[in-house]
Write a protein that binds this ligand. Structure first.
Ligand code: AMP
Length: 422
């Protein structure tokens, strides 16, 4: 389906074409018409599906056709990186219109605060904000919210994970009840549905499969002891000399520095930098800019970057360790192969990480190929799936008459066979 078929304003179409969007993605095809009719929307879609345009285009279409007076549209997101990225995409779509926008997020400099305050008092039309900073402005009383007619909660599951639920409820207290609300989430956990039930009115449900990595990502894994991982990176780089943009994820901030140093010391001539939430905002932006510009070949990051961040042309994602949350795997891997491109994701699995990786394979409904560790790296740990607890069932009574809810089927079979232990 092309964007012309949505019947949207010429100025938006022109911008869309400048952004090289030719065909609508599946979520856009389903949700844009529904949102353009003014419905509330509850969409289950991961990043990389084109969800940002899915809410931005209907908002802008409404603003250009029905007029924009002051602060009309609020987009709440979990991280500053996502706020900046959505604002950039918004500036692209609204290029030929009079719509104004501002990203409002916690910064390190007073200057950011003053600029945000100015934008919020002068009636910027679309504000993309992180919850904490937005509330800080709202509490000071100078933000006029009475014209807000669109509210988007993006990556709602992430916001709940990060403990923003009370902040979201506070924000809702400032904005008019009569509005269009759109909520996007990568998962539809019960608490997301609960939040949706309390803030959406007769929402249209849009779901794009379950959260799975995009088709274009080639996924594989190595079983590896922690001490083998840096050598494994050396091996992978030697095999793929043409990969010029590589993102390495680790779950622990503490590891970033040592991974960066080890790569720096072991692999000659490679440019590598690290980024985590401990970095100052301007430092994070500069590191990201260098990576986007391909001045830095390898970026080592925590999961802060795994959601939402849109950097085109990442050839390879390496999971230095297995993420705790299976959905984070999908988000990490989704940093490559953005919007139909091809990409590769390789995960390093230590023995202790096996149960977490099994949960990931269950979530993505796929067994990821385990590649043999190069011989020169020594013995790899063995991939052995731990006994599955969920298979435990109630099959009878114990000798003492108490019910045993946790005996395995095999126990029952053994007892039938007259196993002496029974
Ligand atoms: P998102 O899921 O919104 O983060 O989008 C992922 C990436 O796909 C971004 O770089 C978008 O600019 C791009 N994108 C979104 N929709 C389309 C489309 N219909 N055609 C081409 N690229 C798109």
């Amino acid at each position: 389906m092309t964007f012309e078929e949505f019947n949207i304003d010429e100025r938006l179409l022109e911008a869309i074409s400048y952004m090289h969007f030719e065909k609508a993605s599946p979520i856009q095809e389903k949700a844009i018409p529904v949102a353009m009719e003014g419905n509330d929307v509850l969409a289950c879609a991961q990043t990389g599906t084109g969800k940002t345009a899915t809410f931005l285009i209907p908002i802008l279409q409404d603003l250009v056709t029905n007029g924009a007076h002051g602060f009309t549209s609020l987009i709440v997101v979990p991280t500053r990186e996502l706020a900046i990225q959505i604002d950039q995409e918004l500036q692209g779509f609204s290029y030929f219109t009079d719509t104004t926008s501002k990203a409002v997020y916690g910064g390190d400099k007073g200057m950011d605060w003053d600029e945000q305050k100015r934008a919020l008092t002068e009636g910027t039309n679309v504000v993309v904000a992180t919850p904490g900073r937005l509330i800080a402005h709202l509490r000071l009383g100078y933000v006029k919210c009475n014209n807000i007619r669109h509210l988007v909660l993006d990556e709602a599951d992430r916001m709940l994970d990060m403990g923003f639920i009370d902040d979201i409820r506070q924000i809702l207290g400032y904005i008019p009840k009569k509005r269009q609300t759109m909520m996007f989430s990568a998962t539809m956990a019960p608490e997301i549905r609960k939040l949706a039930n309390s803030i959406l009115v007769e929402p249209q449900m849009i779901s794009i499969a379950i959260a799975k990595p995009a088709e274009g990502v080639k996924q594989s894994a190595y079983m590896a002891h922690p001490y083998q991982k840096i050598d494994l990176i050396t091996h992978i780089l030697a095999q793929n000399p043409d990969y010029d943009s590589i993102l390495i994820f680790t779950s622990t901030k503490k590891l970033i520095h040592s991974i960066v140093n080890s790569i720096h010391n072991h692999i000659k001539g490679v440019t590598v930098e690290g980024i985590s939430s401990d970095f100052e905002q301007n430092e994070r932006e500069e590191v990201l800019l260098r990576f986007k510009a391909k001045q830095t070949r390898i970026l080592v990051a925590t999961d802060v970057l795994s959601r939402g961040i849109d950097i085109k042309g990442i050839n390879l994602v390496i999971n230095f360790d297995v993420p705790r949350d299976a959905a984070d795997y999908v988000h990490r891997v989704g940093r490559t192969a953005r919007a139909d491109a091809k990409g590769e994701a390789i995960t390093f699995i230590s023995e202790a990480d096996i149960p977490k990786f099994v949960r990931i394979e269950t979530l993505i409904e796929k067994s990821v190929e385990k590649l043999p560790l190069p011989q020169e790296l020594g013995e790899a740990p063995i991939w052995k799936i731990p006994a599955e607890k969920s298979k435990k069932r109630f099959y009878g009574k114990r000798k003492n008459g108490k019910r045993n809810f946790f005996r395995r089927k095999s126990d029952k079979e053994n007892s039938k066979k007259g196993n002496p232990k029974q």
